[in-house]
Design a protein around this ligand. Structure first.
Ligand SMILES: C[S@@+](CC[C@H](N)C(=O)[O-])C[C@H]1O[C@@H](n2cnc3c(N)ncnc32)[C@H](O)[C@@H]1O
Length: 241
């Protein structure tokens, strides 16, 4: 059972607990023209990486939000566990799960300390969380994803180069935490993961990358034919730059 200690080191951890934010997310965000277009663009990228995963997998969707990814995840997953910290978001997710009635379990919980056993799912899917987290929290959450998953993690990041970082830091965006490519490689390595595939997703609200990470030593996805980036784009820890 999740215990709300009210701590809030970053705004996304509390902002989505405001019921009006959940209402806006479900009713407006992806239903208006801009949101529909954004979702359509994101879907294409998610589908491309999902295609590489086997059928019948068990998936942790964290944060599941209102469950917007389930129609696509269902194409591969035999069961989905949704975890989110916001009761408001989970309320909508519960409605969607009731309609779906097929192997979806919902748990309120914190990605920093997941209420799941080690190696209890095949894959973790995580969309639009990391960009809201300070880098040390991204490290913690990625290590949690690695702990609970047997086969890998499909996760979006706001990845910048040194050049685009310079542009970003002058924009003074509220609570956005982009990560440098080499930082992500370090985080992955610390979590015992290797970057296996990368897909770029450009939408009207920005550029994100969906990254497939697999446990070190697993080569099952090494042949990924990625569209706009490849594992070799990412320097490994201690690799010469
Ligand atoms: C931008 S929404 C993304 C939701 C969903 N993945 C999607 O793509 O529609 C961010 C979500 O992160 C959740 N969240 C923020 N901090 C969290 C944490 N520490 N643990 C679990 N969920 C968290 C919020 O409640 C919110 O539902």
């Amino acid at each position: 059972m999740y215990e709300d200690r009210g701590d809030a080191p970053y705004s996304a951890k509390v902002a989505y607990r405001d019921p009006s934010v959940a209402v806006h997310y479900e009713r407006d965000r992806y239903r208006r023209a801009l949101g529909r277009y954004t979702h359509w663009r994101e879907q294409k990228v998610v589908r491309r990486l999902l295609e590489r995963l086997p059928e019948g997998i068990t998936v942790l969707d964290c944060p599941c939000g209102t469950g917007r990814w389930w129609p696509i995840l269902r194409s591969k997953a035999s069961s989905i566990t949704g975890v989110d910290i916001s009761e408001g978001m989970l309320a909508y997710a519960r409605e969607r799960a009731d309609i779906d009635k097929s192997g979806i379990t919902l748990v309120r919980g914190d990605a920093e300390s997941l209420p799941l056993d080690d190696n209890s799912v095949d894959y973790v899917f995580s969309h639009a969380l990391m960009k809201h987290l300070p880098i040390p929290v991204q490290a913690l959450v990625l290590s949690e994803f690695a702990r609970v998953s047997r086969n890998g993690v499909l996760c979006s990041f706001s990845i910048v180069t040194h050049l685009s970082y310079e542009v970003w830091r002058h924009r003074d965006l509220f609570e956005s935490f982009p990560i440098l490519r080499e930082q992500l490689a370090w985080l992955a390595s610390d979590a015992g993961l290797t970057i296996s595939g990368v897909e770029r997703c450009t939408t009207p609200v920005g550029v994100e990358r969906l990254v497939l990470l697999v446990p070190e030593g697993v080569t099952a996805h090494a042949d990924l034919d990625t569209g706009a980036g490849s594992p070799s784009d990412f320097p490994r820890k201690n690799a010469p730059s």
